[in-house]
Ligand binder design. Structure first.
Ligand SMILES: Nc1nc2c(ncn2[C@@H]2O[C@H](COP(=O)(O)OP(=O)(O)OP(=O)(O)O)[C@@H](O)[C@H]2O)c(=O)[nH]1
Ligand SMILES: [Mg+2]
Length: 293
């Protein structure tokens, strides 16, 4: 029997916990069971009480106080501790049946997704251990990033970094769409959703380098050369072309207030983990003449 889950990831404040709550509410509205796992050892307030909370194993506050660590070092310590005590996570998940969607709410420290090798180990255990969980990553990036194009591509690289680290089905999501409504034309938004490298050239905020600035740029091979606006632009364009040329990243738009938007994101998650293909066909409910009258 398989289990099904999604890891909700992304930078600090991207809207992960808000999305988890909205998704749980949507699952409840559509009569689907859900198991909510909080893996953020610093999270405090929840719209839905987690079914499993890493804070019952270890809390970031305690680690920082007792180990004299800062918030980022403390978080890594918490995850290393979780990896040494994986039964805390796997035992309760053993009981979860295949009709459930298991939603993992992750912390926002970006290093977890970029270069610390803890998450790949955790994902391997969940997917390839006895739980046999089919999982996908839901990586959130705040939609306001589209206002600043180099920042958008930088955020896209962080999503790619997580994709490369985790080697699991991956869905990228532009969260907080309500914040850019009316600010970005639909036509322009399309070019962020299916990433278009020309966004870098068309950037209305782009400062064109003066002739003097162009000359300032010396030798790219020299460690003492300073990159100026023109050379940063070339670098940004090359990165954007790489993303565009290989169709490596595209985004779904998410407005947590909109049930259709949540439903659309959920259907991508379901497809990625092949949720519906593995469900037993349900018996249609018996017709109850008394109640239906
Ligand atoms: N306008 C708007 N605000 C949002 C939305 N989602 C989240 N927020 C706000 O953004 C802030 C961060 O939201 P969270 O859901 O806590 O973000 P997070 O990614 O879980 O944050 P960390 O766990 O701290 O990394 C909160 O103030 C939310 O109210 C959204 O869709 N629209
Ligand atoms: Mg959160």
């Amino acid at each position: 029997m398989s289990k099904f889950g999604t890891l909700v990831m992304g930078p600090a404040g991207a809207g992960k916990s808000t999305f988890c709550s909205a998704l749980i509410q949507h699952l409840q509205n559509t009569k689907r069971p859900c198991f909510y796992v909080n893996l953020d050892p610093a999270a405090e307030d929840f719209a839905f009480e987690p079914d499993l909370d890493i804070k019952d194993l270890i809390s970031l506050q305690d680690v920082m106080e007792e180990m004299s660590l800062g918030p980022n070092g403390g978080l890594i310590y918490c995850f290393e501790f979780l990896m040494e005590n994986l039964d805390f996570l796997t035992d309760p998940l053993e009981q979860v049946t295949e009709d459930y969607l298991i939603v993992f709410d992750m912390p926002g420290q970006i290093e977890l997704y970029t270069h610390v090798p803890i998450l790949p180990g955790l994902v391997k255990t969940l997917m390839h251990g006895s739980l046999n969980m089919r999982m996908c990553a839901a990586y959130l990036l705040e939609a306001t990033f589209v206002i600043d194009r180099p920042k958008f591509f930088s955020g896209t690289l962080s999503a790619m970094s997580a994709m490369m680290m985790l080697e699991m089905p991956h869905i990228n999501i532009l969260s907080k769409m309500d914040l850019v409504k009316g600010q970005v034309a639909k036509r322009d938004l399309k070019r962020f959703v299916d990433v278009d490298a020309d966004l870098i050239d068309d950037d209305p905020a782009r400062k064109v380098a003066t002739e003097a600035e162009q000359k300032q740029y010396v030798d790219p091979a020299s460690p003492h050369s300073l990159m100026n606006g023109a050379s940063f632009h070339k670098l940004n364009k090359a990165v954007a072309e790489l993303i565009d040329g290989f169709s490596m990243v595209s985004f779904l738009k998410l407005d947590v207030q909109d049930e259709h938007s949540l439903g659309a994101v959920l259907s991508y998650i379901d497809d990625a983990i092949q949720f519906h293909e593995s469900q037993e066909p349900r018996e249609p409910k018996e017709f109850d003449a008394d109640n239906d009258a």
